[in-house]
Design a protein around this ligand. Structure first.
Ligand SMILES: Cc1ncc(COP(=O)(O)O)c(C=O)c1O
Length: 490
């Protein structure tokens, strides 16, 4: 059954809600709201009844795949269960209904929460200063690169290049380009880490920064990190930590202790917040002392009497990166997550994330899956691992995309495919710490059954999915030519 848009369902005069009759006299109205801001005609909203609205959105939501209905091992995205407690805390009216323009005197609780969250993130990063402002990991990256430029400029230096490993997430080079720097790729060695010789050669006085995630997108911790940090610093450059993979090491090691100068967190990945589809997130950054003067404004400050205020007076600041203070609901959820787990709990979450990934890898190996889908690098992994589907493609005639689509027929969201780019037919699997052993075993059984099925009849996987509301979509076309606005229905 095709689903109409809510606009197509509308019928003139149908209503879900009736406002009380306006009883503000016209002259007061003009005084309260200048005439130029008053609407002359009602907004073009769909006219529908309440049952229609409820049914429409419930129906649409059922056609989607979500973490609440199935396993979602989307590598690099950390799609973990988000405890409902945090939703309840974030919905408390003192947080949810607070106006962002509320005076500091009337928002002490919210400011205190931000201040405490900054303190907790500073401790986790091992770096002294934090800004919560960026709205996503990639926005944190942009903040980091702009801070890097401000730091060099203040020292009278102009540098033009930023290094990113060839395993880097696409947002790293995109951010670098957006900030006006030239991207220079650094190679990967046979162990899956940064090629240190290549780095040494490229780290010259024109390099502003190296952006790195550790463990990297192959799920491998780079044991040469201290050497890497010293090469970068010797060149006068900044070492930037892409924190999207922090879930593997939180509580065990700290980016600041590894030598990083700037770190972004993906609160929506490592901590808690439903995410995906561009939904709200937060990408706070933590920085070392030498970068702190350039941080975004306003900063949350606490005075000697324990009162909180917003400080805009930071002469070297790069300014603001967005309106207001960030996605506040994400801060509340993250703070609730940190308080409910505590330091030991955060450490344990990382341990179980790594344990689950290694268990899954061992089970796939035990079932012979790695003969068709070999591990791209290493023996063990961090919180995720990359398989290559090259032998599967050659021997069974199905591509990684086919396997991914067939997983949907089994009620499992496919892991990340075709990333990292240096692995042929890549499959990047991240089970996270919130999945049970039974779910992981079920995933292995499904992969085995799909490969077996493809031995007999590869056409089934090639034509998958068969059971979803829509079949194969032109995903590249949808991303390149998005239709995001409903045209008015006549
Ligand atoms: C390694 C890595 N870096 C950066 C990002 C960007 O983070 P965000 O999606 O929050 O912008 C991601 C997200 O998928 C990632 O996996």
């Amino acid at each position: 059954m095709s689903v109409q848009t809510i606009f197509e369902m509308g019928r003139a005069g149908r209503r879900a809600f009736f406002c009380p009759t306006l009883d503000v006299p016209a002259r007061d109205r003009d005084e309260l709201l200048p005439e130029r801001f008053q609407r002359k005609s009602p907004p073009a909203l769909p006219e529908v009844s309440e049952p229609e609205i409820v049914r429409h959105y419930v129906r649409v939501s059922k056609r989607n795949f979500d973490l609440d209905s199935g396993f979602y091992p989307l590598g690099s995205c950390t799609m973990k269960h988000n405890p409902r407690l945090h939703e309840r805390v974030a919905a408390l009216s003192g947080y949810a209904r607070l106006h962002p323009l509320q005076q500091s005197s009337g928002s002490q609780g919210a400011l205190e929460l931000m201040w405490r969250l900054e303190g907790a993130l500073s401790e986790i990063a091992g770096l002294p200063s934090v800004s919560l402002q960026p709205s996503a990991g990639s926005h944190g990256e942009l903040a980091g690169v702009l801070l890097t430029r401000a730091y060099h400029k203040d020292r009278g230096e102009r540098r033009h290049k930023v290094l990113t490993p060839d395993t880097a997430h696409g947002t790293n080079p995109a951010t670098v380009t957006m900030a006006g720097y030239e991207v220079v790729k650094v190679g990967t060695n046979a162990d899956g880490g940064v090629d240190v010789d290549d780095l040494r050669e490229k780290a010259d006085e024109d390099v502003a920064c190296l952006m790195l995630t550790n463990p990297n997108t192959l799920g491998l911790f780079d044991a040469n990190i201290e050497e890497i940090a010293s090469i970068v610093h010797r060149a006068g450059a900044i070492l930037y930590y892409d924190g999207a993979n922090l879930n593997a090491v939180m509580g065990h090691t700290r980016p600041g202790d590894m030598g990083f100068d700037i770190v972004h967190f993906n609160l929506h990945k490592t901590f808690t917040q439903p995410h995906g589809g561009g939904g709200p997130g937060a990408g706070p950054i933590a920085v070392s002392e030498r970068i702190a003067p350039y941080l975004m404004v306003p900063r949350v400050e606490r005075d000697e009497d324990g009162r909180f205020a917003l400080d805009h007076d930071q002469p070297k600041s790069i300014g603001r990166l967005r309106g207001f203070h960030g996605n506040f609901g994400t801060f509340v959820r993250t703070y609730a997550y940190i308080c409910s787990l505590g330091g030991e709990g955060l450490r344990e979450a990382s341990e179980v994330a790594v344990l689950n990934a290694n268990y899954l890898l061992a089970r796939l190996r035990e079932e012979g899956v790695l003969e068709r889908l070999p591990l791209a690098y290493g023996e063990l992994c961090g919180h995720e691992f990359v398989l290559s589907g090259a032998p599967m493609k050659r021997e069974l005639g199905i591509r990684m995309l086919d396997l991914a689509k067939r997983l949907l027929d089994h009620g499992i969201h496919p892991p990340t495919v075709y990333f990292p780019l240096l692995v042929e037919e890549a499959l990047l699997i991240e089970p996270t710490e919130t999945e049970t052993k039974e779910t992981l075993d079920e995933f292995v059984a499904v992969i085995v059954s799909i490969l077996r099925e493809a031995e007999g009849n590869p056409e089934v996987a090639r034509a998958a999915p068969h059971t979803t509301p829509v079949r194969r979509l032109d995903e590249a076309g949808a991303a390149r030519n998005p239709v995001i606005r409903q045209e008015e229905i006549k």
